[in-house]
Ligand binder design. Structure first.
Ligand SMILES: [Zn+2]
Length: 197
């Protein structure tokens, strides 16, 4: 085989930067899949099939209590302000069109790696609860129709995949002294409209 100088040179550069400490690990990038899933497009949700799941018992719904945001922004906050080495405390973030797509579902690294959330403030629910955060402050506004469509599809998928009964699809305020996910959050619509694949 011919000796290839250009590979040799690029490898030496890489080794040089790595050894000099100039190498930076890639920035947090949540896996994202497209826009609100529709009933006739179950393959979008099915992208989640590639991840192994463990013994989850609850789905816990939150709002971000901010008008805008996305997984990368919350990840940065949780790492830098809260000091959580696993970053983003939720397993999923559903955007509202300000900071990320309207109805866009972002998959956090805690879901990909199947590790405990940091969203509940109670050990039982951090360990067994899948944390979903909808971007928005639902004391002041309402979730968008696209967010609700994505949430219903995601919750239905997770219930089937992880054998979670509807009574275990709960809001943060069901077990904690908090208004989360906001006074205007239409909880009963989630249960009524949950899409089962
Ligand atoms: Zn919450």
């Amino acid at each position: 085989m011919r000796f290839r100088w250009k590979y040799c040179v690029s490898l030496s550069f890489l080794a040089f930067f790595y050894l000099c400490g100039c190498y930076a690990p890639p920035a947090f990038k949540p896996v994202t899949y497209v826009k609100p899933p529709k009933k006739e497009e179950p393959y979008i949700i099915r992208q989640l099939d590639r991840y192994f799941v463990r013994d989850w018992k609850y789905v816990v719904i939150h709002h971000s209590a901010s008008p805008s945001g996305c997984a990368a922004e919350f990840d940065k906050y949780h790492r830098e302000k809260r000091g959580w080495e696993n970053g983003l405390g939720y397993h999923f973030v559903i955007g509202n069109g300000h900071g990320s797509g309207d109805g866009e579902i972002e998959i956090g690294n805690r879901w990909i790696n199947q590790i405990d959330g940091a969203h509940a403030g109670v050990q039982e629910y951090n360990h067994y609860g899948i944390g979903i955060c909808l971007v928005g402050n639902f004391n002041e506004s309402y979730p968008t129709a696209a967010q609700m469509a994505s949430l219903s599809a995601l919750v239905g998928y997770l219930q089937d995949r992880c054998h979670i009964p509807s009574e275990n699809v709960i809001m943060h305020r069901h077990f904690r002294e908090t208004e989360c996910p906001g006074r205007n959050f239409p909880y009963y619509k989630v249960l009524a409209k949950t899409v089962r694949w």
